[in-house]
Ligand binder design. Structure first.
Ligand code: UDP
Length: 237
C-alpha cells in the first residue's frame, strides 16, 4: 500500500490517500483541542495510544458483529482504513451524568442514569455541533431512518461491550462519542476513534478522571492519565 497525498487534516488526525481509491491511511497526532478548537495543546504520546487503543477496540467490535472501517495497523500512529463518507452525526452515549448533559439538565456530574442515553449532535464546527434529534436528522437529510436504526443498534452493542471492557481495567465508562461512515456500497461502518479523547473514563474506586477532561479542565497529569488507561488495558501491539 502506497501512502500518497494528504486529503484532510483534522484536529487530532491526518488522512492520506493511497494507491487504492477505497482505502485511506489515518495518522494520529499528539495535538489536542477542546471547546471547538478554542483551547489548543499537545498531549505527548497521545497519538500512539489513541491509534492502538482504537484498533484494538475496533477489532473486538468486529468480532462482536459491529462492522468497522479498520483494515490494518501500519505503525505506531498510522492505520489503513476503508474510505467512508462520514454520516454528519456525533453519536453520544451517556451512562453517568457529566459534561454538557450535567450543565443542560442541572444534574450533578457522577449521577448514575436510570438507563443509558443515546443522543445526536449535528457534526458542524461552524454551529458548534448543535444537539439534535432523529427528526432533525431525517428532515435535513443527514441520515435515513434505516441509517438511524442501524446506528442505534450498533451503538447499543458498542456501549455494552465498552462498559464491560473498561470495567475489567477498573475504569467506569461515563460517556463517549462515536461516528459512523458509509462505505462505497452504502454500508454503515463504525469509523473515527474510541480513545480517552472521546470517552470519559473514571477510576472505579476513586472516580479520578482518566481522560481528556484533564486537558479540557487543566487538571494536570494529562499524559499520565492516557498512559494509565493504556497500561491498564494491557494493549501491547
Ligand atoms: N465528545 C467528543 N467530541 C466532541 C464532543 C464530545 O469526543 O466534539 C465526547 C466527550 O469526550 C464525552 C462525550 O462525548 O466523552 C460527551 O460529551 P459532552 O456532550 O458532555 O460534551 P463536553 O462536555 O465534552 O463538551
Amino acid at each position: 500500500m502506497e501512502k500518497r497525498e494528504m486529503l484532510y487534516e483534522g484536529k487530532a488526525k491526518k488522512v492520506f490517500a493511497t494507491d487504492d481509491p477505497d482505502i485511506v491511511i489515518v495518522d494520529y497526532k499528539d495535538d489536542a483541542t477542546a471547546f471547538n478548537g478554542v483551547k489548543k495543546g499537545t498531549i505527548t504520546g497521545k497519538g500512539v495510544i489513541n491509534n492502538k487503543m482504537t484498533n484494538y477496540v475496533f477489532r473486538e467490535l468486529e468480532a462482536d458483529g459491529v462492522p468497522t472501517h479498520f483494515i490494518k495497523q501500519l505503525s505506531d500512529r498510522e492505520t489503513e482504513v476503508k474510505k467512508v463518507k462520514i454520516v454528519p452525526l456525533e453519536v453520544i452515549v451517556r451512562n453517568v451524568a457529566a459534561g454538557s448533559f450535567s450543565k443542560r439538565m442541572g444534574v450533578p456530574e457522577g449521577k448514575e442514569l436510570l438507563q443509558p442515553i443515546l443522543e445526536f449532535s449535528y457534526k458542524c464546527d461552524e454551529l458548534n455541533d448543535p444537539f439534535i434529534n432523529d427528526d432533525y436528522a431525517l428532515a435535513l437529510g443527514l441520515a435515513t431512518q434505516e441509517d438511524i436504526d442501524t446506528i442505534k443498534s450498533y451503538t447499543k452493542k458498542i456501549n455494552a461491550f465498552l462498559i464491560d471492557y473498561f470495567l475489567k481495567a477498573d475504569l467506569k465508562l461515563i460517556d463517549f462519542k462515536i461516528e459512523f461512515g458509509k462505505d462505497k456500497d452504502g454500508k454503515i461502518l463504525l469509523a473515527d476513534e474510541i480513545s480517552p479523547d472521546t470517552c470519559r473514563l473514571w477510576d472505579v474506586h476513586t472516580n479520578e478522571k482518566l481522560d481528556k477532561d484533564r486537558f479540557r479542565r487543566d487538571l494536570g497529569n494529562v499524559e499520565e492519565a492516557y498512559n494509565e488507561v493504556f497500561k491498564r488495558l494491557g494493549i501491547d501491539s
